[in-house]
Design a protein around this ligand. Sequence first.
Ligand code: AMP
Length: 210
Amino acid sequence: MTIGGKQFIFLGPQGSGKGTQAKIFAQKLGVPHISTGDIFRDNIGRQTELGQKIDGILKSGQLVPDDITNQLIKARLSQSDAATGFILDGYPRNLAQADFLFNLKPEAIAVCIDLTDEETVKRISGRRMSLATGAIYHLDFNPPPANLPPDDLIQRPDDTEVAVRQRLNIYHLETEPLLEFYRSKQKLITVDGSPPIEAVTDELIKVLLP
Ligand code: AMP
């Protein structure tokens, strides 16, 4: 596949490094990083009309209705900074959204950062946060300093193994069919997300920045 444009959709389960890589490549390509999750959380924080409507949905871990999400993306992609390209992160999340986006931006290429369920669970359920500083650690990959008071370190409720497996179920059910959607259009690139972040970035550079 030859890559001409700068329109990319980053896909992958939680913990795959998708968000981190999406930010890195938006900067490298000079295009906006557009995360629907970030936009929704920002609206909730500012208590906009949209924010008030979707607050409960985000808390419950369900998906925001497609019509709201699609219109939001349509408006965002029509802004001038997205004229030369964009990196979408967290959208599309189901086939209805993928269809909508395909009508809007047929050139966009999907980049899947792949990770097994077991690796996802290991990465997320080992995550701990310092209450005092907000710093994120990982029990295996980035251990917290030994001198932290024991009750300073917490596991966020959505990082428990049960919660991670629940979100993985939604991913397999709703989002994984997108891989076939883009594969059948010859618009899918898959990279292995299991190596360290920098190694995955290097792999993506080879593929996305020829
Ligand atoms: P994220 O930060 O991508 O994990 O998104 C956080 C939450 O925002 C999700 O659990 C959904 O409730 C909502 N959300 C983000 N992106 C979408 C989307 N494309 N469609 C529907 N809901 C979304």
